[in-house]
Design a protein. Structure first.
Length: 233
């Protein structure tokens, strides 16, 4: 969907340090081009999160390389690495919410820190996304006071805000929140058309049924590594 020369994400025989990650020290390889989508089935949410951390440059490697938008995570200074992570939209298994602040600030803080877009424009974008995902507006209650479904909607708003270049989505939709699937797929498609690469983890791969867009590839994340799934599964 894009002719960008650099992959949105590339793992080249990347072998993580087991003691730092808990991931099996086997080489992981993938190449995610702008606009592509990797669907990764993983029943173990902890393993999915650790692999997402590997893709985000948060886990040291024994060997191999992990690159994001053509930049090697291990060769980036800390401030540049965090700036690059500012271009990644992520839904995390545990939410990574700070309950000292309202959900609105939790949603906005990454973009406020990493972009020059005005606060007014960011708030307007966040309100629009919130309504698309079925919230009445940008939620101001603390995350702990939202129900699970509304927290899931808020997590998607945070991930898609700011037109990220890479989306790493850990179980963004499940059967409990399947009513937002239409909105989710609409935003996912729009992001991919802008050239955003996507990794979508799910413990419930049946949710992918019918999603066979161009540039979509399916894998399983197991102890043995990242394994291609059969077509049509």
């Amino acid at each position: 969907m894009s002719d960008d020369l650099h992959a949105a994400l590339e793992l080249r025989e990347a072998c993580p340090v087991f003691e730092e990650s808990g991931l099996t020290s086997v080489p992981y390889s993938l190449r995610l081009m702008p606009g592509d989508c990797l669907l990764i089935a993983c029943r173990d949410p902890v393993r999915a999160t650790r692999f997402a951390d590997l893709c985000s440059g948060l886990i040291p490697l024994v060997s191999g390389q992990a690159l994001c938008m053509g930049l090697d995570w291990e060769h980036l200074a800390e401030n540049r690495a965090w700036a690059l992570r500012g271009r990644i939209g992520r839904v995390m298994q545990q939410g990574a919410w700070i309950d000292l602040f309202g959900t609105d600030l939790n949603i906005l803080v990454q973009q406020l820190h990493h972009t020059r877009t005005t606060t007014e424009d960011l708030v307007a974008q966040a309100i629009t996304l919130s309504r698309r995902f079925g919230l009445p507006g940008l939620p101001t209650l603390t995350p702990g006071r939202l129900n699970n479904a509304d927290r899931a909607r808020a997590a998607c708003v945070r991930a898609f805000l700011g037109e990220p270049k890479l989306l790493i989505l850990e179980d963004p939709v499940d059967f409990e929140t399947a009513d937002m699937m239409t909105a989710f797929l609409a935003e996912l498609t729009a992001a991919r058309e802008r050239g955003c690469g996507v990794i979508w983890f799910s413990r419930e791969p049946d949710l992918w049924h019918g999603y066979n867009a161009a540039g979509t590839h399916r894998y399983r994340l197991l102890d043995e590594g990242l394994m291609p799934m059969k077509q049509g599964v």
